[in-house]
Design a protein around this ligand. Structure first.
Ligand code: FPP
Ligand code: MG
Length: 332
């Protein structure tokens, strides 16, 4: 199993810069205009404290170095912005999902209720935007704003498409682009722009981010079936229990293998729901849908690697290559 040490090894070329990003994030709870009051500060400090995998800022920082430039203050600010946007979206996501835990810790909505959680998320969203403004790039500000709209669209569609008797692979792929691949793509593209890359290479990095993000979310959805809740730090089969059909369920519906069980579950009354959830979950796990989902995720990883082929060889490129392996092999 790949652990934190593997990720840390990938992050070696950018370790000092990632520390600056983390310091910027911690400082959000302390300063800024309008500065948070002590009551808000304590809550912000809490939601900003739990370290994630920092994949998105790492991508920005690594991409910016591909043409030999050392990340400057603008790049550190952009990397901070993408991580803050990610944190804010998770605060909202946990509120929408009524999730009690994330990364093994109580969520903001669990601790302080949905209203406080949404507004804390808004505070972090708005702050992320101020960091992008510090890049002085209208291009990046525009792309960042589009990404926020895409995140919201993905989450909205996830809710609006939940519990429907039918969904499709196309709708699912659009949703995971919006929810996840959009921000991965923006993280990579912004690094390339700030690293003063040529436009063809910016497009290659955008493709790398897109494909890595798609792979990441397909695997995240697969782990929702495969990993234990202890490994995940959140409940197993969370998506299905919220009426959300992700790739494993969609493939098992398409092939017909688990169609009767999934259809019965989606149409269930409250009293039958736990029993039918368990039957649908078992039918999906017994079909070949989990295996086929992994093949699709691997195809995205391969395409992400192909996107890097035309770029100059460097330590940063090697780290971006290694990152695809880390994402492909992650167990939780
Ligand atoms: C986690 O995915 C959720 C996201 C990657 C995106 C969430 C986006 C929003 C809540 C919209 C943000 C709102 C605004 C105003 C822009 P997941 O639910 O599949 O993962 P999980 O299982 O870890 O919760
Ligand atoms: Mg969620």
């Amino acid at each position: 199993m790949l652990g934190a040490d593997v990720k840390d090894r990938i992050y070696v070329p950018i370790a000092d810069d990632l520390d600056k990003v983390i310091a910027n994030i911690a400082a959000v709870a302390e300063t800024d205009a309008p500065g948070p009051t002590p009551e808000i500060e304590a809550r912000l400090a809490r939601v900003l404290a739990t370290p994630g995998k920092r994949i998105r800022p790492a991508i920005t920082l690594l991409a910016s170095r591909l043409w030999g430039r050392i990340p400057d203050e603008r790049t550190i600010k952009m990397a901070t912005a993408v991580e803050l946007l990610h944190i804010a979206s998770l605060i909202h996501d946990d509120t929408v999902d009524s999730a009690d835990t994330r990364r093994g810790h109580a969520t903001a909505s669990n601790l302080w209720g949905g209203n406080v959680a949404v507004l804390l998320g808004d505070f972090v969203f708005a702050t992320s935007a101020t960091f992008v403004c510090d890049t002085n790039s209208v291009r990046l500000i525009r792309r960042f704003a589009q990404t926020i709209a895409e995140l919201a669209r993905g989450e909205l569609n996830e809710i609006l498409e939940s519990w429907l008797p039918e969904t499709s692979r196309e709708l699912y792929l659009q949703r995971i682009y919006d929810k996840t691949a959009s921000l991965f793509s923006t993280s990579a593209e912004s690094g390339a722009v700030l690293g003063e890359s040529d436009e063809d290479s910016v497009a290659s990095l955008r493709q790398y981010g897109y494909n890595l993000g798609m792979a990441y979310q397909v695997l995240d959805d697969l782990l929702d079936y495969e990993a234990s809740s202890e490994q995940l730090g959140k409940p197993t089969a969370n998506d299905l229990s919220n009426g959300v059909l992700t790739l494993p369920a969609i493939l098992a519906m398409e092939s017909g293998d688990a169609r009767p069980e999934i259809s019965a579950y989606l149409a269930s009354s409250d009293s039958d729901r736990p029993r039918l959830l368990s039957a649908a979950y078992d039918a999906i796990c017994q079909s070949d849908a989990l295996e086929r989902s992994r093949v699709i995720a691997n195809d995205y990883v391969v395409t992400a690697l192909e996107s890097l082929e035309s770029l100059p060889e460097s330590e940063s490129k090697e780290a971006l290559i290694q990152l695809t392996g880390y994402i492909r092999d992650r167990q939780f």
